[in-house]
Design a protein around this ligand. Structure first.
Ligand SMILES: Cc1cc2nc3c(=O)[nH]c(=O)nc-3n(C[C@H](O)[C@H](O)[C@H](O)COP(=O)(O)O)c2cc1C
Length: 197
């Protein structure tokens, strides 16, 4: 999925946005947030690449610390992460999109994100590539207290990676497929996409 990479309506250059979709439900509530965000981002002239992790063969990190040697395929495990690595390296913005599963992101997203460490291993000093980041999340609970562990995790992650937060959209009170319809968070997600400079 992509739009042009020329100047957008605000005159700035279109950004490359990588969406890592951790939801196993392709038409679920996270998918709704992603669709609204993508619509806004494309309208603003950005290029969006989305990976639906549930459909991909991505194994968990082995913790071998032997990655980074082959620049094009930095992990020792050879699977569908090789489709994500080049897009990740070029991306200006990484979007973490996930339902809340036990006060965290899904295993699908966690596995993929851990495996990005192989790119960090390309750097002798283990410096992470510099990125901007966005969080989109759907959850059953709809209180500040329910989202607090994820908010804490997300901010700790960005602090340690040295990434910049461009925004977070948390859609609470959604359980079944279709619950996101008419949710205020859809507008928030769309506005966030449009707001990217
Ligand atoms: C295994 C599992 C764990 C869940 N854990 C939580 C949770 O910790 N907190 C919460 O508010 N909702 C939790 N939920 C509810 C989902 O976050 C909610 O149904 C969400 O809308 C699903 O998004 P999706 O439609 O993209 O799959 C859980 C659902 C499942 C299946």
């Amino acid at each position: 999925m992509s739009a042009n990479s020329n100047e957008n309506a605000t005159g700035s250059t279109g950004k490359r946005i990588l969406i890592l979709n951790g939801s196993p439900r392709m038409n679920g509530n996270t998918a709704g947030l992603i669709a609204s965000f993508t619509e806004g981002a494309i309208q603003a002239g950005h290029v969006v690449d989305r990976f639906d992790l549930q459909k991909m063969n991505i194994r968990a990190c082995l913790g071998c610390y032997k990655g980074g040697k082959d620049p094009d395929s930095p992990c020792v495990q050879k699977d569908d992460m090789d489709k994500i690595y080049p897009v990740y390296e070029r991306a200006d913005i990484v979007v973490l999109a996930s339902p809340m599963y036990y006060w965290s992101v899904t295993g699908q997203l966690k596995c993929a994100f851990d495996r990005l460490f192989a790119v960090t291993e390309k750097d002798a000093e283990f410096r992470s590539p510099s990125k901007k980041c966005i969080m989109l999340m759907a959850a059953e609970g709809d209180t500040r207290d329910n989202f607090e562990p994820v908010v804490h995790y997300y901010h700790a992650l960005l602090k340690h990676l040295g990434w910049t937060n461009l925004g977070e959209v948390y859609a609470g009170g959604v359980v079944n497929v279709g619950d996101i319809k008419g949710h205020l968070a859809l507008k928030e997600a769309r506005d966030l996409g449009v707001s990217i400079l």
